[in-house]
Ligand binder design. Structure first.
Ligand SMILES: O=c1ccn([C@H]2C[C@H](O)[C@@H](COP(=O)(O)OP(=O)(O)OP(=O)(O)O)O2)c(=O)[nH]1
Ligand SMILES: [Mg+2]
Length: 156
């Protein structure tokens, strides 16, 4: 007998009033890393991002990320490639103790204005484990071959 147990962490989520009719964040394919996020702009309204401008786009939900995890808000490559639309703060960090509405900070790096309408899939959200470190102040750091070399020190 095979017992199938779903070991995935649970993302508890509440749809806000302006998110009620929207699909929940979802993995579009079986192996998708991210759940696509939908724009919770008003029905019939258009949020236009002019070239070079940015907008904080509501998703219409709040959530409880399980402790030990974070959510990363990342751009969708199709929007980036076709329209120059990306997340300004990518990857956006949603802390597990955040209880506000999840929002997506988009910027238009393209040459044309970009129109966002209700339900448009504007970004994706990856749930990932995080480690919190403790900080210990010390007098000296250990020696390594790299030392302080960085920013191209090994060649381009
Ligand atoms: O793309 C994002 C990034 C952040 N947030 C929310 C969740 C996150 O937990 C909170 C704070 O984000 P962050 O720590 O990146 O911003 P901050 O400028 O440091 O703000 P704060 O002082 O509130 O931490 O804002 C989003 O909804 N979307
Ligand atoms: Mg912060």
């Amino acid at each position: 007998m095979t017992i199938h147990t779903d070991t995935r962490p649970t993302l508890n989520l509440i749809r806000l009033a302006h998110g009620q009719s929207l699909d929940l964040p979802a993995y579009e394919t079986k192996g998708a890393a991210g759940m696509d996020l939908r724009a919770a702009v008003e029905e019939g309204a258009t949020l236009t991002i002019a070239p070079g401008k940015r907008a904080l786009v509501p998703t219409g939900f709040i959530m409880e990320i399980p402790e030990g995890f974070e959510a990363q808000i990342r751009p969708r490559s199709g929007l980036a490639f076709k329209h120059g639309i990306t997340c300004l703060n990518t990857p956006g960090t949603v802390d597990s103790d955040y209880r506000g509405e999840v929002k997506v900070l988009l910027i238009n790096l393209g040459e044309e204005p970009f129109d966002i309408t209700r339900g448009m899939r504007i970004a994706q959200m990856v749930i990932a484990p995080v480690t919190q470190a403790r900080v210990a102040e010390i007098a000296e750091v250990s020696e390594t071959t790299r030392g302080a070399g960085g920013f191209g020190s090994t060649g381009v």
